[in-house]
Each structure stands twice: as C-alpha cells, then as structure tokens.
Write a protein that binds this ligand. Structure first.
Ligand SMILES: [Zn+2]
Length: 394
C-alpha cells in the first residue's frame, strides 16, 4: 500500500512540476547570438548567470525549465570553444559557453518575441579583445555617466562596423514644392537647414549620412525612399515643418514625430494629406499607392519605426525644453505618409514645429533652435540604434 502511495505521489509531483515548467524548445546560433526559444514568455529575472574561470565560461541556469529532446547537448561555433546545454537538475536547464578569453555581453529579449532569450557570443576575438577587456570593466554598467563621457568610453566597445552605420536624412519638399509657408518663410528652406545640421551631429557620433537633397530641388517620391533602400541605410528620417490655416495659426504649435501606419486619427490624416499632396504629384501614375501602402503597413518595421520615433521625439524635447519655454510635445503618432512608403527600414517623419505659428516660426528660423532640434534628432537616432542594435534584423 505504501509503495502505491509513494508511486502516486511521485506521479503527481512529476505532473505538477512538468505542468508548471516551460520548455526550452530550440537552441541555435543566429546573427552572432546564442538564441534560446521557449514555448512561452519566460521570466528573464529568474535566469541565474555566473562566470567561471580557467577556462573562461559563462554559465546560465534557467529554473522551471525542461529541455526539449530536440535540443542538441552541444553546439559548435567558431566564436567559442564550446556551447553546452543540459538538463542540469530535474527542473533546471544549464547553458555553458566556454571561450578562450573572457568577454562581456549583455543578454536581451528581442522586442518582437518575448519567448526568446539571446546571449551574444564573442565577436571580435583576435582584433582587440585584450584591450577592450582591460578598459571595459566599467562602461557597460553605468547609466549615470555624462553623455559625453559615455560616448567616449563606449567607443571601443562598439565595433567600428556599428559606428559607420548609414543614416538617410530626407529634407522635405524642394524646388517648385515649397511646402508650408508662413510669414513669407518656406518649409523647404527650413528643413534643409535643419537636415544639414543633423548631418553634422550624426557625423560627430561616427555615422555616415546621406541627404536626399542638398539643394533647393524637387525630388520624386522614388528618389527619396529608394535611395535609402539601395544604400542599405539603417534608418530613414524625413524632416518637415507643420502648418495650419490662418484662423488657428496662433493656437497650433509644437513638435510631432510620425511613423507610417494607417490611422483614423483626424489630425494625423489631415497632416498626411498635406504632406502627401506634392509627393504624389511626382509619383508615377502606374504606382498603385494603395497596394504599396498595404504591403508595408503590417510589416515588422512598424514596431521599430515606432521605437525610433519615440527616441527621436524624446531627445528633441529634452534639448529644447532646457533652453526654451512653452515648447509643446505633440507626441509620437501613426500617419499614412507616402514618403515613408518603400523605405523598408525603420522610417519616421519629424514635424519640427508649426511654420504657421508666428512665435514658433521666429524660433524655428534661428540657428540656435535648429541646433537643438538637430542634436535631438541625431541623439535620438543614436540612442535607438544603440539600444535596439541586437533586435534589428537589418
Ligand atoms: Zn512638409
């Protein structure tokens, strides 16, 4: 009788343990990361990490986890000596990454899928791993270091191929298309001035920059976006200035950042119609706009574009608010802008302010105000790319 109870107890225990456990379904190497795929969202904080020396190893213990039979116990990679995955305890999976030299990495969970856990593998063994180990003891951790210092200390951690990323900046309108006009001032001139300042700021941060126009010329829609695709740019940022009819001109002001998405929001639609008008005139008649828009609207880039928009908007506000009063944060919004269609990478459209508002117009046409906007856009792009680097599938 006792034996039967013991047996039943073990059965019950096993059922409970297994039912509450997640399953580690797949382990593979993707984009230089060791990628663990679970059958559900996992608790990232529960994963225990500790390093071991001689030989250098990174050990990850994942509790409440059952290893699927499909997962191989050993994976080979040219980047490290060995990668081992095992059911370390009844309910704990252990992952061990053994390398020839210790290295630092930050594990992460991709934005798009919260059932995946990524552990970056060493990438630059032979180049400068010794140097970076010596120097990089601090920088990876702190957030409170001043931005300038952070930039400096990070420069040797971020590999060169990262800092040479190409950014496409698109100053809106141009040529016969003047864009919005207020008090005799034209949007096309303003956005070109700001775009050139953004270029300068981005170059300071180590990026390569391509401006869709450097002069007062009109560009076709395809010239604006295709260049971004052809040049393998990381992000596409179109710069515009806003306006409203005269009777509202004193009321409407502020900065807004848009990403491409269908929306019912009346304000977004109104702005999109205005910005789209000139661009569409330059588009070929054969271009089936609806088809193109529909094909990208549900693309994976929307999430990334939204994130990029948030970072850029936040940084612009940060710099402007320090020096100016009453700058309105118009927020991040979705809008169906044609100029963003076709750019198959994170793409946003920034409305730097209302050219129709006398007070804001005065500010917009000062070099200083433009400097802060440009700095905000550049820092926003930089912040987005650094934070999301691993999650981008570009
Ligand atoms: Zn515009």
């Amino acid at each position: 009788m006792k034996k039967i109870f013991a047996f039943l107890f073990i059965c019950l225990y096993t059922v409970i343990v297994y039912a509450s456990s997640q399953v580690l379904q797949k382990v593979s190497i993707k984009n230089g990361d060791l990628q663990l795929v679970f059958d559900r969202d996992y608790d990232k904080k529960a994963i225990r990490y500790f390093p071991l020396a001689n030989p250098p190893r990174k050990v990850f213990d994942i509790p409440h986890t059952i290893l699927s039979k499909n997962v191989k116990g050993r994976l080979s990679s040219s980047k490290c000596k060995s990668i081992r995955v095992s059911q370390y305890k009844k309910n704990t999976v252990r992952v061990v990454i053994e390398t020839t030299e210790p290295y630092k990495c930050r594990t992460y969970r991709p934005l798009v899928d919260s059932s995946i856990y990524c552990i970056p593998l060493p990438r630059y063994y032979n180049s400068s791993s010794k140097v970076s180990n010596k120097k990089s003891k601090k920088p990876l951790k702190h957030k409170k270091v001043s931005k300038a210092k952070k930039q400096k200390t990070n420069s040797y951690i971020i590999p060169t191929r990262y800092t040479k990323d190409l950014i496409v900046i698109d100053p809106g309108h141009g040529g016969h298309d003047s864009g919005a006009i207020g008090g005799g001032k034209m949007e096309k001139h303003l956005v070109l001035m700001i775009a050139k300042k953004v270029e300068k700021e981005l170059k300071k941060l180590g990026y390569r920059v391509y401006l869709t126009r450097r002069k007062d010329v009109f560009l076709k829609l395809s010239q604006r976006t295709k260049v971004a695709d052809r040049k393998k740019a990381k992000v596409f940022v179109s710069i515009h200035a806003n306006s409203v009819p005269k009777k509202h001109s004193h009321l409407a002001h502020g900065i807004e950042t848009y990403f491409l998405q269908k929306t019912r929001d009346a304000k977004s639609q109104r702005i999109a119609i205005r910005e789209n008008a000139a661009v569409l005139k330059g588009a070929k008649s054969s271009l089936s706009k609806k088809v193109i828009i529909d094909s990208v609207l549900n693309g994976p880039k929307i999430v990334q574009s939204n994130k990029l928009a948030i970072d850029v908007q936040r940084h612009m506000m940060y710099y402007l608010k320090q020096h100016y009063r009453g700058v309105k944060n118009g927020g991040v919004r979705p809008a169906p802008f044609y100029v963003l269609v076709g750019a198959s990478r994170p793409s946003i459209l920034v409305e730097v302010g209302y050219i129709s508002n006398p007070k804001e117009r005065r500010r917009l046409f000062t070099s200083k105000y433009q400097d802060y906007i440009a700095k905000g856009i550049a820092k926003g792009i930089d912040s987005y790319l650094k934070n999301r680097k691993k999650e981008l599938d570009l």
